[in-house]
Design a protein around this ligand. Structure first.
Ligand SMILES: Nc1ncnc2c1ncn2[C@@H]1O[C@H](COP(=O)(O)OP(=O)(O)OP(=O)(O)O)[C@@H](O)[C@H]1O
Length: 366
């Protein structure tokens, strides 16, 4: 897959700009605050129908304007593909693929898969289980639409069950018939989600270990373990026994929405014992594994978006990463940013055939 061109209108700090991209590594250079990340975010919109940085569409319209538009031309498996996104204040976001409007935005997820690495992604390690679930859910959803449907159904039912628990206001004499209706719908959904997550992690883990070893060769052994109460014996029983707690706390305390993934380095939690460089390395390996996994599932290469990727890595790790990224057998089109132009120009000096540089200054691109 290749993104040939991108036209931004009133998107964040871009008033009106059109840019053509090359097939290899597109390296976007510019000082802080010039719009490098915003450009990657516009590409993320085309892939995931939303910003990776600011979930409120309205705040992505240029200050003082009323709408933004992102227009693009791709080549996907030798065929042209046009994707347009338009958002006007107070109106529904419009997404068009080859001129056809998507009825539901979720229909578009997976059409042009992408993998984005942001400096803040170490939050996947540092924050609570919700952030890890969100990451893995987004990986699975990009190739399995049925999984996305299951997730949306689970969230809808949990929302209804939780608002019923809230309206019940802690009263232990709850309407059991209604609770049973929710639970009969929820329990099979929990089981299906957990089955898919279990199968996914089995496929995903070898990609992850392989990438970690390739970039960060040495003694470090990383590990990801998926944990779910739903797989425990007698889960249904303990879920039903938990009703009293649910009534008191006015929310659903057990289920697939509480799953987690344990991240370890050399058998110890990386969150507690990993250095900043090791945590960043773990995240890069995780995201490159996402890339390999999606490529295997889809049969074509996703877009790879790398924001400030070299930060916190030592020179050895950077060198191995560059060797990997410049391997055209492994990666197709890459978009990366760097605030230190000279650094990137020096790192890639022997790879003229694979790299194009773009200078960004205040929303203008050269
Ligand atoms: N809705 C908006 N309208 C206009 N400008 C915006 C809007 N949202 C963000 N910006 C501006 O975009 C700029 C940030 O751009 P971006 O994050 O892409 O910078 P960057 O080049 O990646 O910087 P850094 O090197 O610091 O990461 C800021 O100057 C910010 O004020």
């Amino acid at each position: 897959m290749k993104l040939n061109s991108l036209k931004l209108s009133q998107f964040k700090n871009y008033q009106e700009v059109k840019i053509s991209f090359s097939a290899g590594i597109n390296c976007i250079l510019g000082k802080n605050g010039m719009g490098k990340t915003n450009l990657l975010d516009a590409i993320h919109y085309l892939s995931m129908t939303r910003s990776a940085l600011n979930g409120i569409d309205q705040q992505n319209i240029s200050h003082g304007e009323k709408y933004f538009a992102i227009n693009s031309e791709f080549t996907l498996q030798d065929k042209p593909l046009v994707i347009n996104c338009y958002f006007e204040q107070g109106k529904k976001k419009v997404f068009k693929v080859d001129g056809k409007e998507m009825e539901k935005l979720s229909e578009h997820i997976g059409n042009v898969p992408s993998v984005l690495i942001l400096p803040d992604d170490t939050e996947i390690i540092k924050e609570g289980s919700e952030v890890r679930r969100k990451f893995f859910d987004s990986v699975i959803s990009q190739h399995d639409r049925a999984y996305l449907e299951l997730l949306m159904n689970m969230q809808r039912l949990l929302k209804q069950r939780n608002s019923f628990l809230k309206s019940n206001d802690g009263n232990l004499k709850i309407n059991h018939n209604l609770i049973n209706v929710y639970d009969e719908a929820l329990l099979p959904i929990f089981r299906s989600i957990v089955e898919k997550r279990t199968a996914f992690i089995e496929h995903f883990s070898p990609f992850f270990s392989e990438n970690y070893a390739l970039i960060f060769e040495g003694e470090e052994i990383p590990d990801i373990t998926y944990k779910s109460e739903v797989t425990e014996d007698h889960f249904e029983e303990s879920y039903k026994k938990g009703l009293q707690k649910d009534i008191i706390l006015q929310r659903t305390n057990k289920g697939a929405h509480k799953d987690d993934y344990a991240f370890k380095l050399n058998e110890r939690p990386i969150k507690k014992f990993g250095s900043q460089g090791q945590q960043k390395s773990f995240i890069i390996a995780l995201k490159l594994a996402e890339y390999d996994y999606l490529k295997a599932q889809k049969g074509f290469e996703p877009l790879l978006l790398l924001d400030d990727i070299f930060d916190k890595l030592d020179d050895d790790r950077i060198e191995r990463l560059i060797t990997l990224l410049t391997d055209s057998e492994r990666f197709s089109q890459i978009f990366m940013t760097d605030a230190r132009a000279e650094r990137s120009r020096a790192f890639f000096k022997d790879h003229d055939d694979r790299i194009s540089f773009y200078d960004i200054s205040n929303g203008a691109i050269r």
